[in-house]
Design a protein. Structure first.
Length: 330
């Protein structure tokens, strides 16, 4: 009798555990539309890109298209020095732009975060360069960089810093510096806005405690400001890096990749292969870089949880952070 009772009890336990382990499909039905959209707008284009990269594809000659296999890949990686040159220029472009924009944007955000007269006006004015389109920005800077009647040449010659005007956009020594300065003016406001928004979330009592304990501005910046800005800096840098890698409007309007391909970035090279050379097999291979957008979005969503957890930190954790972060002067 006892053995039968144990068997009945085991059967009841197994049935209850099976009910508990039964999969609840309702959440999966709710996320199914999002998954379908991701598959439709991300994975299908990726498969399509890979398919056309294996073809000798020209839309103007649809009946002469043929299968090329991996010949396009071999030509790019072994027989195309302009590909490696454009990749090198793109990496140099993205690195210089993101670092300079981050540094100057953070400095400007720190200034605009302080209390002074007409602060709202200057905060609004700081957004204007970011709101202007790339073509208008390029037109304005082309006038400033003009060799004959440009403001920069006229000012430098009057100050006796130059003996003769410089062809800023036509000289291979100065053209990259010129486009970096033009894009820097347009890109700084993005970091300024994001850093300023993050600065508004830092509790002011941390700075007050740092001042009372003898910590200066540098220690408060290192131990308080930077830790709270870490997530905003990471996300802004990732987003801006992808945007700058895909930047084409300002470079196209200023130099069109010249002179002598010294500003031919990867995006400019892709556009030339598709529009000018009509080499769409090359174009599809080079467009495989587009999934970078997906990687950045995933990182953004993954880091969003950390940002929310930092902003909702309990008060006792803030006090512990204050005691650990603020160092007194010796």
């Amino acid at each position: 009798m006892e053995a039968q009772a144990l068997e009945v009890e085991q059967i009841k336990l197994s049935s209850t555990t099976m009910k508990k382990e039964r999969i609840n499909w309702i959440p999966y039905w709710f996320i199914a539309p999002s998954v379908l959209l991701i598959v439709s707008f991300l994975f299908y284009p990726m498969i399509n890109v890979f398919y056309y990269s294996l073809q000798n594809y020209n839309p103007s000659k649809p009946f002469y298209n043929s299968f090329a296999g991996f010949d396009n890949f071999v030509n790019i990686f072994s027989d195309d020095p302009l590909f490696w040159q454009s990749l090198q220029i793109s990496l140099k472009w993205v690195t210089s732009e993101v670092i300079l924009q981050l540094v100057f944007g953070l400095l400007l955000a720190l200034v605009l975060n302080r209390a002074f007269r007409f602060r709202s006006f200057f905060r609004t004015a700081a957004i204007i360069p970011w709101a202007i389109s790339g073509v208008i920005t390029a037109t304005m800077w082309s006038f400033l960089f003009s060799e004959h009647n440009g403001l920069f040449n006229d000012m430098l010659v009057r100050l006796h810093l130059l003996h003769s005007p410089i062809a800023w956009l036509g000289d291979t020594k100065w053209v990259f510096f010129s486009i970096v300065m033009a894009e820097l003016w347009r890109g700084i406001p993005f970091f300024t806005i994001t850093m300023l928004a993050a600065l508004q979330t830092i509790p002011q009592e941390l700075y007050e405690s740092c001042t009372v304990d003898g910590g200066g501005r540098w220690k408060s910046f290192i131990h308080i400001t930077l830790p709270y800005l870490k997530n905003s800096i990471i996300l802004s840098t990732l987003l801006r890096a992808v945007w700058e890698f895909n930047n084409v409007d300002l470079i196209f309007a200023l130099t069109n990749g010249g002179p002598a391909n010294h500003t031919m970035t990867m995006t400019m090279y892709v556009a030339n292969q598709a529009i000018v050379a009509q080499n769409f097999g090359y174009y599809w291979i080079l467009n495989i870089k587009r999934p970078l957008w997906y990687d950045v979005n995933v990182l953004t969503l993954a880091s969003k949880k950390d940002i929310n957890s930092n902003t909702r930190r309990p008060q006792h954790e803030l006090l512990n952070f204050r005691s650990l972060a603020i160092q007194t002067n010796p």
